[in-house]
Ligand binder design. Structure first.
Ligand SMILES: C[S@@+](CC[C@H](N)C(=O)[O-])C[C@H]1O[C@@H](n2cnc3c(N)ncnc32)[C@H](O)[C@@H]1O
Length: 285
C-alpha cells in the first residue's frame, strides 16, 4: 500500500512528495531486504573487485578508528570494511527495519552500532567519526543538502567521506537500451509515465556533486573515481537484477510479466552484457 501512492504518482506523471518517496523506499526494502547486495555482489570491476570492495578500499587507506555507513542496508559495506580494518568501531544507519535486522544478524557477537535513523538527522554528536561511507544511497535522498551537512557535522576534522553513486554512461550499453525498452513498454500502458529521479539530479554530474559538497561545508575539492562493474548474465539473474530496481520492481503482475519477457529475450542475446557505470566520490573534512 505504501508503495502504491508513490507508484500512482510516477505512473501518472506527477512528481511524488518527499513523504511518498520515503514511504516507497521503506516499503520496497520491507518487501525485498538485502536486494541491493544480492545484485551488486554479482558484478565485478575489471580487476575483479565488487563495488563494496572499491568503497572499502578507499575507506581503509587511512585506517580510521571509527566509520559510519549511511543507508547501510544489510551491512555488506560494513562487512567489507571490517575485513580491512579489524580494530575500527563500526556504525550504520538505515530507514529500513528489515535491512537493519539483516545487518545485525551478520554481525552477531561483534560490537556494532546499528540505528534506525535518517541521513537527514544523524543521531551522533559532532565529529563522532573518522570516516563516513555510503554505497548507492545519496542519489535516493530528496533533501540531499541536509544529509550532506549532517555528514560534515559528524565527521571529525581530517576525516574522509567516501560515497558511491550511479553514473550515466557516455555511450549506450545493452543495459541502458534494455531500460529504455522497458520504459517504453510502461509508457504504452501509462502514457504520462515519467520516471522522476528519486533524489537530486545534481548528483549525476561531477560539477553538481562538487557544488553540493561545497555548500555542505566541505572546503577541499572532491576526487572522482569512475569505473564499471559488469557480469555475464542469464535470464534468471538479469530478471533478478531488473526487478530489484526501484519502480521496475513495483509494477502490477500483468506489466511485470511483459517486462520479464523483454528481459529474458535480452539475456538470450549472446552479445548482451550487464554493465553498471559508477562513481566513487571522496572528500576530506
Ligand atoms: C540501494 S539501497 C543500498 C543499501 C546498501 N548501502 C548497499 O549498497 O547494499 C539504499 C538503502 O538506503 C536506505 N535509505 C534510503 N534513504 C535513506 C535515508 N534518507 N536515510 C537512511 N537510509 C536511507 C534504504 O533503506 C536502503 O537500505
Amino acid at each position: 500500500m505504501r508503495e502504491k501512492s508513490f507508484m500512482d504518482a510516477i505512473l501518472h506523471g506527477v512528481a511524488p512528495t518527499n513523504e511518498q518517496i520515503a514511504a516507497y523506499l521503506n516499503a520496497f526494502h520491507h518487501r525485498k531486504p538485502g536486494v541491493t547486495s544480492a545484485i551488486m555482489l554479482g558484478l565485478r570491476t575489471t580487476d575483479g573487485r565488487t563495488s563494496y570492495d572499491v568503497v572499502a578500499d578507499r575507506i581503509a587507506v587511512a585506517q580510521p578508528d571509527s566509520v559510519l555507513d549511511i543507508g547501510c542496508g544489510d551491512g555488506e559495506l560494513l562487512a567489507s570494511i571490517r575485513t580491512r580494518t579489524s580494530r575500527t568501531a563500526l556504525a550504520g544507519v538505515d530507514l529500513s527495519v528489515e535491512e537493519l535486522a539483516l545487518a545485525a544478524e551478520r554481525f552477531t557477537g561483534s560490537a556494532i552500532d546499528l540505528r534506525l535513523a535518517s541521513a537527514g538527522t544523524l543521531p551522533f554528536p559532532d565529529g563522532a567519526f573518522a570516516a563516513v561511507a555510503a554505497h548507492l544511497v545519496f542519489m535516493l535522498i530528496p533533501q540531499v543538502d541536509t544529509a550532506l551537512r549532517e555528514v560534515h557535522r559528524v565527521l571529525a576534522p581530517g576525516g574522509t567521506f567516501a560515497f558511491l553513486l550511479p553514473r550515466r554512461p557516455k555511450q549506450a550499453t545493452g543495459l541502458t537500451e534494455l531500460l529504455t525498452a522497458l520504459s517504453q513498454k510502461i509508457v504504452l500502458r501509462y502514457p504520462d509515465f515519467a520516471p522522476f529521479a528519486i533524489g537530486d539530479r545534481a548528483l549525476f554530474e561531477r560539477f553538481g556533486i562538487a557544488d553540493l559538497l561545497g555548500r555542505a561545508g566541505f572546503t577541499a575539492l572532491p576526487t572522482f573515481d569512475e569505473f564499471e562493474v559488469r557480469a555475464a548474465v542469464d535470464g534468471e539473474w538479469l530478471w533478478k537484477a531488473i526487478s530489484g530496481r526501484y519502480i521496475l520492481g513495483s509494477l502490477d503482475d500483468e506489466l511485470t510479466a511483459e517486462l520479464r519477457a523483454l528481459v529474458v529475450a535480452a539475456a538470450a542475446n549472446e552479445n548482451f552484457e550487464y554493465r553498471e557505470s559508477l562513481r566513487l566520490v571522496s572528500v576530506p573534512r
